[in-house]
Design a protein around this ligand. Structure first.
Ligand code: ACM
Length: 543
């Protein structure tokens, strides 16, 4: 009914006919809901041209109220009677109800300005009762491989909010770029935020884009992003990836690297540049006390900028060959009494687990942090399938499910020759819609450790927001329904019904200007040969 996405728990039709919103309709904000009223005026008010004043004498009004009897993020949107109400268990619940109200007004309510000024607006006389299935409904955006300017990030926060997603995993550092200003280590951005060129095309026939690529967020930018997210009830979880995926940091501060190995291999003093290609860099952080102190300094500034409970420390794909080859790293390992390099990685992550816990935060890392022993308070992002999440939940750790087989949005969505992205794995809209975050292998008690799930959008192959849109949508809408709506078991999910409801949702995405992949395949401009998205001849290669 009403083609709401994500589908709400319950909708009842109270009366026939439509309720009218017009220039006299008041928007009354109860205690704690003033921010939602501001958001409604700035979005729905702007799109409809209705002023939605806080006070007035007319009959027509919408009340916003916090009702602690409702679930924390749940809401009740009652449009049947004269007293129209959005009640939520918290301001967040009221906000999700406001998102539903906007969808009910139709696609034009998603525009920035009225298409037909002076028209009145109608709402069905229904009651929606709704609450999310999971508390962690996430999207990862990789701004390290390709930088996304601040305005693009704010736009994605709006798109997340429109889909009732509430955790923005901000992948800020990687081999190919460091994107967050750290005042005490200025070279991280002065050097680490730029690479001189970028590889594109397929592995078999690489080409080079000789334009430099880079950019970073100042601390003021970050504060703006975090505040903008908070107004939309989205938590920003920063990721600073250690001890692998750190080549940009080592390029900025060579002493962070395994200088003995690098010098012996002809890189005098450990000199590296910010990486210009894809894959996993063999260069990783040296396991020294100085490295720990350096990153404690980084994390101190990160904690000041990001109030989130969880801080992501990466921990994925740390190649250990350099540690094996480095006499200094081996001496360090022996000194610490560690049996092998997996334990060295575990020691590294364990240090930051204790460091973050002592500051009232919680560490989360990719499932590789299970290898060599998981730090006691750590949570796990399960990306190499579900097994890391299952092992972690069984051991009593919280987990976020994001298996690459189903919710990696950088993977292509179709195996047709027109797909603009040269990544061979195919994850269709249906694959995402049939994703089940809670592995059936878990007991109910273990399953409670599944905080939720996130879709991950890596950007090796997406150099700007139009390509990010194409990768994200419509799959992100399917993902939103997986984490918000209580869908049945994967085999029983109504994919055709979802696709039918998407017809209305495409209208909303059009109104916002989202360059989604249409069901019929890419539009001509989406097929254009881009820097990274050369058309593919023959079957797509795996990356
Ligand atoms: C990952 O995709 N390397 C977490």
């Amino acid at each position: 009914m009403m083609d709401l996405i994500p589908a709400p728990l319950r909708v009842t039709r109270d009366r026939r006919g439509l309720a009218r919103l017009d220039a006299d309709t008041r928007l009354e904000a109860g205690p704690g809901t003033e921010g939602v009223a501001r958001w409604l005026r700035a979005t729905v008010g702007a799109a409809t041209g209705l002023p939605l004043p806080g006070h007035g004498d007319g009959e027509s009004r919408i009340r916003l109220a916090v009702d602690p009897a409702l679930p924390p993020e749940g809401y009740r949107l009652a449009l049947g009677g004269p007293d129209r109400l959005i009640a939520g268990g918290s301001a967040a619940g009221v906000f999700w109800g406001a998102q539903t109200l906007r969808q009910l007004l139709g696609p034009d309510a998603f525009r920035r300005a009225p298409v037909r000024p002076g028209r009145h607006w109608e709402l069905p006389k229904i009651t929606v009762e709704d609450e999310p299935r999971f508390r962690w409904r996430g999207l990862l955006l990789d701004v390290a491989r390709h930088f996304m300017p601040k305005e693009g990030v704010l736009r994605y926060l709006d798109l997340m909010a429109a889909h009732k997603l509430n955790v923005f995993h901000f992948h800020l550092t990687d081999d190919q770029g460091w994107r967050v200003e750290i005042l005490r280590h200025p070279r991280l951005t002065a050097i680490g935020s730029w690479r001189s060129r970028t590889k594109f095309g397929h592995r078999a026939s690489p080409l080079w884009d000789e334009r430099p690529h880079g950019g970073f967020y100042t601390q003021d930018d970050i504060r703006e992003i975090v505040a903008y997210a908070a107004e939309r009830h989205i938590t920003v979880v920063p990721e600073i990836d250690v001890p692998g995926h750190s080549q940009a940091a080592i390029a900025a501060y060579p002493e962070l690297g395994n200088t003995d190995v690098l010098s012996a291999r002809g890189r005098e003093g450990g000199a590296l540049s910010v990486w210009d290609t894809w894959g996993i860099s063999p260069h990783v952080l040296a396991p020294t006390e100085d490295t720990l102190r350096f990153y404690e300094g980084v994390f101190e500034e990160v904690l000041e900028l990001f109030p989130s409970e969880f801080v992501h420390v990466g921990g994925d794909e740390c190649l250990k060959d350099e540690w094996r080859a480095s006499p200094a790293a081996q001496a360090r390992r022996r000194e610490l009494g560690l049996a092998d390099e997996d334990e060295l990685q575990s020691w590294f992550i364990g240090h930051f687990d204790r460091w973050l816990s002592a500051r009232g935060r919680r560490l989360i890392g990719w499932d590789e942090i299970l290898e060599g022993g998981l730090a006691p308070g750590a949570a796990v992002s399960s990306w190499r399938g579900r097994s890391g999440g299952i092992a972690a939940a069984r051991a009593g750790h919280d987990v976020v499910m994001c298996p690459e087989q189903q919710v990696y949005l950088d993977h292509r969505q179709h195996d047709g020759p027109d797909e603009p992205v040269p990544i061979g794995y195919v994850r269709t809209l249906e694959d995402v819609y049939r994703f089940e975050p809670v592995p059936p292998e878990l007991t109910p008690a273990q399953a409670r450790h599944v905080l939720g799930a996130q879709a991950n959008l890596w950007t090796e192959a997406t150099e700007d927001h139009t390509r990010v849109d194409y990768q994200a949508f419509p799959r992100l809408a399917a993902f939103a329904e997986v984490v918000w709506s209580g869908l049945p078991a994967p085999a029983e999910r109504d994919v055709a019904g979802f696709e039918r409801r998407m017809a209305a949702h495409y209208g909303r995405l059009d109104a916002v200007g989202v360059g989604y992949r249409p069901p019929s395949g890419p539009r001509p401009w989406q097929r254009r040969p881009g820097v990274l998205g050369r058309p593919i001849d023959g079957p797509p290669p795996n990356r």
